[in-house]
Design a protein around this ligand. Structure first.
Ligand code: SAH
Length: 356
């Protein structure tokens, strides 16, 4: 088994791999469940914290290079609206960011799934960071653990019993890291691991169709689709991935898939001045969403250094919203949180340009 050599985070092993490991060590099979609970329910970060494992087993794990090291927190930035951005340095030196967003009753954690992104969406800062690799299960889980630890320490977050919601919409395209993201969702929702209800988890995607189909079949979490345009040409201009997975095919799935029935679907639409914010766009958006059971999240573009676009003024956002509502759609104009610390949508990865 390849995982037995070299340095390896124990939290990257699947349940099956843990069972194989336990067998190989000549330990009774219940040890695999024991380790799994230590790793994902209690969230330990040293091998020695697993106190009911035999000493000799713990020693062997360490000797074989297994560890539970967490990424290092290199910065914790607090916005004046309460949002907190955490910059993490992974063991290979890559930097990723997670964002904690307190709202009245909710404390939402936004998790990154890649160290950059290769989709090349023109309005997104993360796209400029192309040296991109997928995060592993242990790196995904670590973001939750580090945010939990931070929550315990932060006086402003004391009122929250726990992180209530997880949104998989940070840096990267989660469906381009499908295997690890699916394993992450399993750990998040498994009652014997982190125990979140799938209704408290939302994944946002630019619409990688084959992976989307797999996701819908294998999980019950909520879905957010970044649409951002109302015709193929504009969408391809803004999001080159549209060439491969055209909007029309995506909308067909959203309209007809029976797997979407029992979960919430959000259509995300970044409003960009003079690109996709006209009255015609609003009407066309209502038209193409006919028969799709969803709500629409409008968000004015968050600009960043070097961004070629500008956000529309407030009046245009209102006009856009009114047209959609007039067509019977449920619309939310999303407040941008954490803009002052570059933690808002589309701004993640900004810091890395300075440090790399
Ligand atoms: N790749 C995934 C998740 C990351 S982006 C996706 O495309 O959904 C998360 C959300 O932020 C998406 O809805 C995206 O359209 C939005 N976004 C990206 N750049 C933005 C910007 N500059 N201003 C506002 N929203 C942005």
């Amino acid at each position: 088994m390849a995982c037995l050599s070299g340095s390896k985070n124990l939290k990257d092993l699947s349940k099956e791999e843990l069972s194989a490991l336990v067998r190989e060590y000549g330990e009774p099979s219940y040890r695999a469940g024991q380790i799994y609970r230590w790793l994902f329910a209690r969230g330990v970060d040293t091998i020695d914290s697993m106190t009911d494992l035999p000493q000799q087993m713990r020693e062997r794990l360490k000797k074989e290079g297994f560890h539970l090291k967490l990424p290092e927190t290199v910065a914790t930035e607090r916005s004046n609206d309460g949002t907190i951005k955490v910059v993490l340095r992974l063991l290979d030196g890559s930097l990723v960011e997670s964002v904690l967003i307190p709202d009245e009753r909710r404390l939402t954690l936004c998790v990154s799934t890649q160290t950059g992104c290769n989709l090349g969406c023109r309005f997104c800062k993360t796209a400029s960071f192309k040296r991109c690799r997928n995060l592993s299960l242990s790196e995904l889980v670590a973001q939750v653990e580090i945010a939990r630890k931070l929550k315990q320490k932060e006086p402003a977050l004391r009122q929250y019993h726990r992180i209530t919601n997880i949104v998989i919409m940070g840096m990267g395209e989660p469906l381009n890291n499908l295997d690890e993201v699916l394993r992450f969702i399993k750990v998040l929702t498994d009652p014997s691991a982190m125990g979140y209800s799938p209704r408290r988890i939302t994944l946002s995607t630019a619409g990688i169709i084959p992976a989307l189909k797999t996701l819908l079949k294998s999980t019950r979490i909520n879905l957010a689709i970044s649409l951002n345009a109302t015709d193929e040409r504009t969408r391809t201009f803004l999001m080159p991935v549209n060439r491969r997975y055209p909007m029309k095919k995506l909308l067909r799935i959203l309209r007809y898939s029976p797997l979407l029935k029992r979960r919430s679907l959000t259509i995300e639409y970044v409003l960009i001045r003079d690109v996709n914010d006209s009255k015609e766009d609003a009407r066309r958006l209502a038209e193409i969403l006919r028969g799709v059971r969803c709500k629409v999240n409008l968000i004015a573009l968050n600009p960043f250094e070097g961004c070629p676009f500008s956000p529309p003024d407030e009046a245009s956002v209102e006009r856009f919203r009114n047209i959609l509502e007039g067509c019977g759609l449920t619309v939310l104009v999303r407040k941008s949180r954490g803009r002052d610390i570059l933690a808002a949508c589309g701004q993640l990865g900004a810091r890395m340009d300075k440090t790399s």
